[in-house]
Design a protein around this ligand. Sequence first.
Ligand code: ASP
Ligand code: MG
Length: 444
Amino acid sequence: MDRVASIIESALDRRPLIVVSALGDTTDVLVAVLESLEAGSTDDARGRAEAIGAHHREVIDAVVAPGTHRVDARAAIDSSLERLGRLIEGMDCLGEVSPRSRDAVLSLGELMAAPLLAAALGSRGLPARAVDPREVIVTDEASEAASPEITACIERCRERVRPILDAGRVPVIGGYVGATREGVTTTLGRGGSDLTASLVARALGAESLEYWKDVDGILTADPRVVPEARPVASLSFQEAAELAFLGAKVLHPASIQPAVDAGVPVRVRNSHRVESPGTLITSKLHGGRADGPGQAVVSIACKRDQMLVNLYSTRMLGASGFLRRVFGVFEALDLSVDHIATSEVNVSVTLGETERIEDLTTRLGEVADVRVLGGMGVVSVVGDRISETPGVAARLFGALEDINVHLITYGGSGVNLSFVVAGGQVSDAVRRLHGALFEETGGA
Ligand code: ASP
Ligand code: MG
């Protein structure tokens, strides 16, 4: 909280608006409350609710000085806790955990965090004001996965949030939570605070959007695999989206899309290291990076627990409709395919490991000879200038010299080059690629 307050304070002249997520693991504990109720253990649910209350009161005492701000924060938290108590008793009484009750419970973390942060800022002399997200984020009814109605959100932001900014105060909005037009509380899906921030940034035409996380932005590789990984200074939205799809732990592309679409530059920063500039994500394809194999790639991602499905059919020779039959099988089983490579008589695809493997093999067996390799991994290098930069492929293949590569795909978007390798060789492949791309030349 202290760190957060000083970050906000140093941004005061830029007229900041804050979107805050639940404290620590509060949302996970609320999920556990619902699980207890579903299992019929109402006492466990009560105990967990109690723990959430105790934690929030403790935080208030630690970060809000005694006085009116502390009184306000206590009142706001107590009213949410009382609501949680009533919801628990209601569900216990009905013996049912309905979708609507789930959203009502899950929303409470953010509904408590906003007044708490506003009070903490207030007691430090910063003019803050908590805003109930249910007055601002208008959504459809989908429980735990509500979609915001952008036009309505923009209108509400202008009506309810803009005046607070104009009065020189800092609005603090709980993320992740919204409401239908009828006022029913909804939630946007786990991690949804990122989407709230992006919507609000777009609605108010923000000059920039900063996500304060606990890592130095987006890194050149997963630091658990490559300790030498370092932050990427800037990348395009397309690169960020591709990285997320290929297994990197970056912001969900759908979350930042509203801001990027509106041309708001997005920055990912580290709240533990404010001096680090973090990573800038912009809508444009990037320019400005020097040409050269080490600069064309922004980051390396990997996915484990993948399957490689190889299909052979001599009937495919000159025949039409083969691919339709193959993909018809995946569609029928509701399985989505990640990478595809084809030759005259062969199609290879990768997908995440699935329990429906037997079904899949049987059905594919009706259209082709099938060979499935499980326990595979996909290692991808991402950069939207790979295709324009000579020498990248040579550098990559050189690095993977002694690794058995089962399949190579060069994404249709031209943004990623992916290699399928045995699961046990994923880390090694990532380290070698990182060494060749980022450690020899001084890199991106
Ligand atoms: N508190 C919610 C969650 O943990 C939303 C968020 O953190 O963005 O999923
Ligand atoms: Mg959270």
